[in-house]
Design a protein. Structure first.
Length: 263
């Protein structure tokens, strides 16, 4: 029998079940976000403790898992860390993000932008038009006001205060706002962080409303903000509305592809 020929003609869907089970044990520890007991790993992976232990022995030998000698708990090892870092180094963020915002614009039929922090203010690095009216005021490369935009609020809620506060004060003073008004605005930012999004009705662009949701990297740091803009009279920005639900889901998916651990 020609074994090599059998391998060549093997169904593409065929795989190695033991490898898949071993990876299930590994991803169980990954998703837990903490060191785990053998019995907990087994239960989460849908295995008996003895079966899970066999896979853990191999994973420890190869460096993908480590076991604490005192507590006996299992956690991800250096090999798993290096594999994750290698994957992240190959990640083209803008390409991933463009795919995400394109899908979101198609689903919602609204304009979607992607903004990053340039050290002073958010800057739009990509924009996808929806099926509805375009937001011509927003162009790739344009800066976004910190106040009172949804995008600006999303950035400030997740960045260190000293990075944006001087710029905010200068901008709001130029707009004639008092110190009391500025502090009141800043005091609302923890609520934005807690909710996980910012919304404005209307947005600073006339006749449009906006929803802005943060995207995080593998260190849990803010990477970018996704913003959806729709006509004020027909754009639902309520917590249970389709636009916010879809935008939160898209931002979570993009964050996870960047290695972030998000619930």
């Amino acid at each position: 029998m020609d074994i090599s020929a059998d391998k060549e003609t093997a169904p593409r869907g065929a795989g190695i079940q033991s490898l898949e089970k071993g990876l299930r044990v590994l991803t169980t520890i990954q998703h837990a976000g903490r060191a785990m007991r053998l019995n907990d790993i087994a239960a989460a992976a849908g295995m008996t403790p003895s079966m899970a232990h066999g896979y853990l022995v191999s994973l420890v030998r190869t460096g993908f898992v480590v076991q604490d000698r005192i507590s006996g708990l299992y956690d991800l090892g250096d090999a798993a860390l290096q594999l994750g870092l290698a994957a992240l180094s190959r990640t083209d963020f803008l390409s991933l993000a463009r795919s995400t915002i394109s899908e979101l614009a198609a689903v919602l039929g609204e304009t979607v932008t992607l903004a990053v922090w340039n050290g002073d203010a958010p800057v739009v690095v990509d924009k996808i038009e929806g099926r509805s009216d375009s937001v011509y005021e927003i162009k790739v490369g344009s800066l976004v006001r910190l106040w009172p935009t949804a995008t600006g609020r999303a950035f400030m809620a997740h960045l260190p205060r000293d990075e944006w506060e001087p710029h905010l004060h200068a901008m709001m003073r130029q707009g004639g706002e008092s110190e009391t008004s500025i502090e009141r605005f800043i005091a609302d930012l923890p609520g934005v962080r807690e909710k996980g999004y910012a919304a404005t009705l209307p947005a600073t662009v006339p006749d449009f409303s906006a929803i802005a949701v943060p995207v995080f990297d593998h260190r849990g740091h803010l990477k970018a903000v996704l913003t959806v803009l729709g006509r004020q009279d027909g754009f639902d920005i309520t917590p249970t509305g389709a636009p916010l639900t879809a935008t939160l889901r898209a931002a979570k998916s993009l964050s996870q592809r960047l290695g972030a651990s998000v619930s």
